[in-house]
Write a protein that binds this ligand. Structure first.
Ligand code: PLP
Length: 453
């Protein structure tokens, strides 16, 4: 391929991406793909050919068949999974980084990527007001970040018992305890499971009617315990009572991890920050850029108070490639990796702390506005809407999923199903910079119509 052909191909991709972006929010675009678009996806099921295909033809197939079969999660009418649509500056920065094609392992592989991710980490701990000396690893997801965080926690707690887990392994190691919420997110349960703590050994703390851990039911903690709490319960958006639990947990020498996949961003808001009071006393936190900060996917953050605890756990220095304590290869599981923190850098630098606060505040107030509208249209809202989540149901257990199915079939929205206290519910998340009152009005009107069909 000549350089000219390469540039033409990129221009073609840009033009196709521009057309996609121009259509965001248009009523002609189905938020969930139509039946015929889904059927067309079968055309991607091709055999491997010996001769391959022309690059332009591959791109056209991707756009025409793939593009018609995507969920428009960057559309203001999308209310699913607490994932917001990417901010333009973060998307644009991502494109540029792709052109650079950096291996963001350590300074030697990419001085720019190394320093940009270091700076992104600094900005993140500042806007989240967490200990400034924390290490920040940019992981693919909160779930993978939790695996790394709990690995560092286990190593540190065992070291305090005089056990060098790197050398001696887990067989015969002092027994550690893991305490989690009855409503811990599945990503946390998976992390605990894959690390071999054993689900039968986990101590689960009961929750109150809002889905918050009951502080009075937290078992006595000690210096062999990992306690995992959450900022933003996935259904209700509620926060565990950190200030009632963390001082004693800290005094007992437990390691406290916070799953704040989306809820940690409440800390950036003067109005909602109180929900996170006490969270700064934890040892580690995980959160996603790709949820409420509206960065591209694959941009999660693992933040660890004791930077050394993380960098010594994950260290992968070798004769041919070493790095300092900020080298992402020494903070995460990957050696070869893309500079996934650059989108976070671009978002935070561009929004500033006021911009993040405005994004958070607007989403929360739109969620409360949606809840009011749903109530007025005969739905039951099951949560207090302290954050950006609305958990609701229709008149009967049968009608609730039927309303959702009808709404999605209209092509004008998408939001997720759930179960709450054993009964079907649906979950509306407001987490996109694009979503405005008019989109919430349209959603409420549509659901009202679907309820009485
Ligand atoms: C509360 C909570 N924790 C953890 C996760 C897992 O995050 P990720 O998908 O980035 O692994 C999610 C969402 O997916 C979540 O909502």
């Amino acid at each position: 391929m000549t350089r000219r052909d390469e540039l033409d191909l990129l221009a073609d991709a840009d033009e196709r991406a521009r057309r996609w972006t121009a259509g965001i929010g248009s009523p002609e675009r189905a938020v969930f793909p139509s039946g015929s678009a889904l059927a067309d996806l079968a055309r991607l099921d091709e055999p491997l050919t010996a001769a391959g295909h022309a690059p332009g033809e591959t791109l056209a197939l991707l756009d025409e068949i793939g593009g018609a079969g995507v969920v428009a999660s960057n559309d203001p009418r999308y209310f699913g999974f607490v994932v917001g649509s990417t901010l333009p500056v973060a998307a644009a920065a991502e494109r540029l980084v792709l052109a650079w094609d950096q291996c963001a392992t350590a300074f030697d592989n990419s001085p720019a990527a190394h320093l940009l991710e270091k700076q992104a980490g600094r900005l993140a701990v500042e806007v989240l007001d967490l200990p400034r000396s924390s290490a920040v690893g940019f992981t693919t997801s909160s779930g993978s970040g939790a695996v790394v965080a709990l690995t560092a926690a286990r190593r540190a707690l065992l070291a305090r018992q005089g056990w060098d887990v790197d050398r001696r392994g887990l067989t015969d190691a002092p027994r550690l305890r893991v305490v989690i919420s009855e409503l811990a997110h599945v990503a946390i349960v998976r992390a605990v499971r894959v690390l071999g703590f054993g689900l039968d050994h986990i101590e689960r703390v009961p929750v109150d009617e809002h889905g918050r851990v009951r502080a009075d039911a937290v078992p006595a903690l000690d210096d062999r315990t990992i306690l995992i709490l959450q900022a933003g319960e996935v259904n209700t958006g509620e926060f565990d009572p950190f200030a009632d639990i963390l001082p004693a947990a800290r005094a007992a020498g437990a390691w406290v991890h916070i799953d704040g996949a989306f809820g940690l961003w409440a800390r950036a808001s003067g109005t909602h920050r109180h929900l996170t009071d006490g969270i700064e006393l934890a040892d580690s936190w995980t959160t996603d850029g790709h949820k409420w900060l509206n960065t591209p996917y694959d941009a999660a953050m693992l933040i660890v108070r004791d930077a050394q605890a993380l960098s010594s756990t994950m260290n992968s220095d070798t004769a041919y490639l070493s790095g300092d304590d900020y080298a992402q290869k020494n903070l995460t599981l990957e050696l070869s990796r893309r500079a996934r923190g650059v989108g976070v850098w671009a978002a935070l630098r561009t929004l500033g702390s006021d911009g993040v606060e405005e994004l958070v505040d607007r989403c929360v107030s739109l969620a409360q506005y949606a809840a009011d509208g749903l109530r007025a249209n005969g739905f039951t809202v099951l949560n207090r809407c302290v954050l950006n989540q609305v958990l609701a149901r229709a008149d009967t257990p049968e009608l609730t999923p039927a309303v959702r199915d009808r709404a999605i079939a209209s092509g004008q929205t998408w939001f997720g199903p759930s179960m709450w206290q054993g009964q079907p519910a649906f979950r509306i998340s407001v987490s996109s910079w694009r979503t405005r009152r008019e989109h919430v009005d349209a959603l409420v009107k549509l659901l009202g119509e679907c309820r009485v069909l």
